[in-house]
Design a protein around this ligand. Sequence first.
Ligand SMILES: [Zn+2]
Ligand SMILES: [Zn+2]
Length: 341
Amino acid sequence: MRAMVLDTSKQPLQLRDVPKPRPGRGQLLVRVSTCAVCRTDLHVVDGELPNPKLPLILGHQIVGQVEEIGEEMWEGPERPDGRGAPTIAIGDRVGIPWLGWTDGDCAYCQSGRENLCDNGRFTGYTIDGGYAEFTVADARYCFHLPERYDDVEVAPLLCAGLIGYRSYRKTGDARRLGLYGFGNAASLIAQIAIYEGRELFAFTRPGDKATQQGAKELGAVWAGGSDEMPPEKLDAAIVFASVGPLVPAALRALAKGGVVVCGGIHMTDIPSFPYADLWEERVITSVANLTRRDCEEFFEIAPRIPVRTQTETFALEQANTALDLFRAGELSATAVLTIAE
Ligand SMILES: [Zn+2]
Ligand SMILES: [Zn+2]
């Protein structure tokens, strides 16, 4: 099969003919239709995340068709995680997200926090992902996707949507919500926040009037540069940009008891700040990975709103172009690789 392979960090991906993977116990062989490009893919290519599998096939926002089911699927209630048997059949459309495997029995898995599993494996990072014609995935981490979305428009929901949603849920019932970095995840989460009646404050790169205008068109009550203070104090802020200095900036914009949620997997260093900015029970927290429950909740709510994605498609062999444009900030929508005929 054709695949775009990362041999070593800081090198372009190589288009290569590699053996088609075989599904093992409990796995699905999936013919990849689309795979959206995530900022995390850039962090992996740029060597900013430790110990990726190498060589590696990137991509963790995968949409495809089940072509084969590995032998010995878990069946019935004896599955270690206590969930029912998978209901996935050959020919089904499935989504494959970042969380690819957990052990099911560490202290985190046992307490409903499989996103923090001590032995978790991640699609397109520690296991091969979707920048290829086929991939294999653990059936327990594959999902049916809402029918109202086609394969291109649903792909960005599988990470920007899901991790964004997990970040958003950590803001509790905040009425005034700030989003720092108004890219893929923020523009999806903004739609849910507005649907749920939050007042949205969008922070972009200073001077990025076009993105500020886009945020207002989505329904933000205020949009400005990340160097500006909002007109009112915020109950919560999510920092989606991988820019550490935004954390104390967001903290200064908070009302008492407010929370800053860091939504990315990688961020530049956070500069020091006075304790007074944190005092009065302000909180800084982060979001790591996702759980299957996040998937279930998000894919229940997203089609009801409906959350709409903006996409720009690229052929598989154009993956380096998509990554380069992303890195340069020159994409105006989420890049999606279209792979199956
Ligand atoms: Zn675990
Ligand atoms: Zn991602």
